[in-house]
Design a binder for this molecule. Structure first.
Ligand SMILES: [Fe+2]
Ligand SMILES: [Fe+2]
Length: 185
């Protein structure tokens, strides 16, 4: 990724988000290496995964509609979820990413989904375990991520679902479907 993209991310998402993004890039590169995934693709996806986390509270709903993103009831109720599919659109149209695997890794980095590719798994889990993540249970997921990617995703998703239930928040069916598939495998 060149400096122009980094500068643009800085303007759109702010210094803290860029710092997080750079940590996710480093984590993604290491995971890609260990799990034999294209490191360049992992780098590009990680760089852009939060490109729609705007620091100045843009109207995500309006932007999503402008990009013809079909919003589920859950996205309307949990606006933060929109940054993932919106980020994929911005990666495609502003940053000229055409690779569908990279775009899907951005699109599903928050919820996961059924039949995730290895690249999608790596971006999901790198975002979850980057070194500044300190929440309960992250250590176990971090250790598993380098040994058994699917087991680490299952644990991360279980923890996410428990967290959402405790907060009485909606759970994306994509997360449930992904989690069920990891249980069955
Ligand atoms: Fe995100
Ligand atoms: Fe992130």
């Amino acid at each position: 990724m060149d400096k122009k993209i980094l500068d643009s991310l800085l303007i759109d998402t702010g210094q803290d988000r860029v710092d997080h993004t750079l940590r996710v890039v480093e984590e993604s590169k290491k995971l890609a290496y260990v799990h034999s995934v294209d490191i360049d693709k992992a780098t590009q996806a990680a760089f852009l995964h939060d490109c729609a986390k705007f620091k100045d509270g843009k109207n995500l709903l309006k932007m999503a509609v402008d990009f013809d993103i079909i919003l589920s009831d859950i996205m309307r109720a949990s606006l933060d979820l929109i940054h993932a599919p919106l980020g994929a659109k911005i990666a495609e149209h502003k940053y000229n990413i055409k690779d569908s695997d990279i775009l899907n890794a951005i699109k599903y980095h928050t919820t996961g989904r059924k039949d995730m590719t290895k690249l999608e798994k790596i971006i999901y889990i790198a975002d979850y375990i980057e070194p500044y993540r300190k929440f309960h249970g992250v250590k176990e997921v971090r250790q598993l991520a380098y040994v058994d990617l699917d087991k680490s995703l299952l644990l991360a998703m279980n923890q996410t679902i428990i967290f959402l239930i405790e907060k009485n928040r909606l759970i994306s069916p994509d997360t449930i479907e992904a989690r069920n598939q990891f249980i069955n495998n």
